[in-house]
Design a protein around this ligand. Structure first.
Ligand code: NAD
Length: 392
């Protein structure tokens, strides 16, 4: 089968197995080049392991610290006639590379919100890992089925209080125009918190604790984005921001139990904005990220998922230096993004940008290239005209 990118709105519906493997290989190479030989996690569970920040967490754990990893993902398997989703290919490539290194690496393709996924993970840990000492919670999901009531909740990306009009980029048509988002209802806010808030993270940690598969000193982290003025009305101060605030509540609750029972700790880690399948679906973010990339690449401070997560594990969670915590106790990894001069330059671009000057004053070409790489497209070493077996 010849596999080419097929973009529909903000998603690419195809993925290239060899390109995805290249993407994973590059991240492994980064970690192997930078690893410091520090003691780190030994047995790691990554919930949302197949793309973006979760995949980078798994790669860093395995290749930076020699950890065994168990992953949970929600991906489309390949058939003879249809390519798999990118996360499925990423995971296969990761597993092969980890197993070649003699590391245990297994992945469960299941709905992480379900009780069944939690039960299967616990059985797997008991059988193959004993206990886990790091749990990364990195889900980016649009909906959640409550495992007890069976009710399905959908998240909404809307402002709170009043309508917001912001410049927006349609990444498909490359048109920049004003987008007005109407405010969310109370129900929409509550539903978004139900999907993207901390409840499921707590349920995971409770289930793992009850099954006695958490090692002494266990660390758990979930990921968030906060941002500043430019994105606040549609992210930090919006429905998704409310859900993310709930992670702070959950982190406190989880920490309280972990400290008492295991001498462990839960953190919310704040990461920078970058292109992933989840962020490309958030209105306004692709334009913000295109402008941000322009500024941070010029400053020499640009980072992708693997740089951010390697820094989080190597410098922060398992580093010798003091944690870079804010007043809420979150680990801050996005200082360079939020610096006044960076935000000021992004705001200047923001004020001027339109459909005509998009390529000139932002790094939309860099955004797009990175977007296609998420699906395994755009790697020089891959022949995209060659026949490839989608089933790997
Ligand atoms: P992503 O879309 O790249 O990955 C999401 C992962 O979740 C995938 O592995 C997917 O398989 C998994 N997943 C989704 N639904 C699932 C389900 N029901 N069951 C099991 N697995 C499921 O997302 P990402 O951008 O890496 O986001 C991960 C976390 O990082 C999120 O909490 C996000 O808010 C946060 N974050 C993202 C950014 C950003 O700019 N992308 C910035 C800061 C923080």
């Amino acid at each position: 089968m010849i596999i080419k990118p097929k973009v529909r709105g903000f998603i690419c519906t195809t993925a290239h197995p060899q390109g995805c493997a290249e993407n994973v290989k590059e991240q492994i190479a980064y970690v192997e080049q930078h690893k410091s030989g520090k003691e780190g996690p030994k047995n790691v569970l990554v919930i949302g392991c197949s793309n973006g920040y979760g995949l980078a967490s798994r790669i860093t754990s395995a290749f930076g610290f020699g950890a065994n990893t168990l992953g949970v993902m929600f991906e489309k398997e390949p058939t003879e006639r249809r390519a798999a989703s990118a996360g499925w290919y990423n995971t296969r490539a990761f597993e092969i590379a980890a197993q070649e290194k003699g590391l245990f690496a297994k992945s469960l393709n299941a709905d992480a919100f379900s009780n069944e996924a939690k039960e299967s993970v616990i059985a797997e840990i008991k059988e193959n890992m004993g206990q886990v000492d790091l749990v990364v919670y990195s889900l980016g999901a649009p909906r959640r089925k409550d495992p007890n009531s069976g009710e399905v909740y959908s998240s909404t990306l809307k402002p709170i209080g009043e309508a917001v009009t912001r410049k927006n980029l349609n990444t498909d048509t490359r048109v920049v125009s004003d987008l007005t988002l109407e405010p969310a209802s109370e129900e929409e806010i509550a539903n978004t918190v139900k999907v993207m808030g901390g409840e499921d993270w707590e349920m995971w940690m409770d289930a793992l604790a009850q099954a006695d598969v958490l090692a002494p000193g266990v660390i758990t982290t979930s990921y968030t984005y906060i941002g500043r003025e430019l994105t606040w009305p549609i992210y930090g101060g919006a429905t998704i921001g409310k859900a993310k605030e709930d992670l702070d509540r959950a982190a406190k609750a989880i920490s309280k139990k972990l400290e008492a029972e295991k001498g462990g700790k839960a953190y919310v880690s704040v990461l920078k904005a970058l292109v992933t399948q989840s962020s490309s679906a958030i209105p306004v973010m692709p334009l913000y990220i295109s402008a941000l990339y322009k500024v941070m690449k010029e400053n020499g401070t640009h980072e992708g998922c693997i740089e951010q997560i390697f820094g989080l594990l190597d410098d922060q969670l398992y580093g010798q230096s003091e944690l870079n915590l804010d007043d809420v106790g979150r680990i801050r990894m996005e200082d360079n993004e939020l610096k006044d001069d960076v935000q000021q330059k992004v705001a200047e671009i923001w004020a001027q940008v339109n459909t005509e000057n998009l390529d000139e004053i932002t790094d939309f070409s860099g955004y797009q290239a990175e977007f296609f790489r998420l699906f395994g497209f755009g790697f020089d070493s891959v022949d995209y005209d060659a026949d490839v077996d989608p089933v790997v």
